[in-house]
Write a protein that binds this ligand. Sequence first.
Ligand SMILES: [Zn+2]
Length: 259
Amino acid sequence: MAGGLKTSPLGVTQTYRWSMGRNNGRLGSPWGMPYALDPCAKREPPMTEAKDMEAMLDSIGSSEPHEVGYIPVAVSARHVHLSRATIDRVFGKGYELRTRSPLAQHGQFSAEEKVSLIGPGGRMDGVRLIGPPREHDQVEISRSDAIRLGVDAPIRQSGDLEHTPRITVRGPRGSTAIDGVICALRHIHCNEQEAARLGVVDGQIVRVKLAGHARDVTFGDVVVRVAPPFSLQLHLDTDEANAAGVVSGDYGTLLLSQS
Ligand SMILES: [Zn+2]
C-alpha cells in the first residue's frame, strides 16, 4: 500500500494515504468494495497544537466562523434500503438479510446481499443492501451514479422521498421498479451529548472544513441530525469524499458562525 507522512496546514503530521495506490484506482464502497475502509473504523483525531488552539479561541467572539471540533468522516458508497415487500420480490418471500458488518449508526448493518440497479441510461451491479428492512425503499447514489443510470436523483435528506425517480432493482429471484432514488444531503449524525458539546441542535445547517488532504475544501449545507442512537460522524457520498480527497476515518473540522 502506498503511503507516507504529510504535514497538514495546521502543522499536524498525519499518515497520508494515496487512494489510487491503495485501491488500484478503483472506486468503491466502504461496505465491501475496494476503495474505502470500514466506515466504523476508528482512528485518532489529529492532535490540536497550542498555536491552533489559540487561533480557535481567537476566532470565537469575532464574526468569522470558528472551529468547534473534529468530526470523523464516513463515506457512504451507493447503497439500497429495501422494504419487506421489495425484498420478497427480488430475493424471495420471507428472505432474511444476512449481516455482513454492523454500521456505526445503531442497529443498521451492511448486508451480504447486493442488487443491480437498472435505469434508463445504464445499469450498476453489486449495489450493497443496508439492513434491516425499512418502511420505504430508498436508493442512495452519488450524482455521478445518477448520471450513469440516467436518473435525475434529487438531493434530499434520508426519508424525504416525495417525487423521487423510479429505478428497477434486480435480485436473484426477480426485479421490480421502485421509487425513492436520492442523492443524500450531506449530514452529521450525533447524539444529544455530542450535540451539546459541539453547540449544535437537530436540523441546524453547518459547515465542515476538510483540510490536509491536498484538496482543501469547506462543505456548507451540512445538516445536523441528533438522535440518541447516533454516534458522531460526517456522512459524505463518494463524489463529495473524492472532491475533498478524504476517506472513511479521516477527520473534518466543524465550523460555526457567530450569530
Ligand atoms: Zn447518514
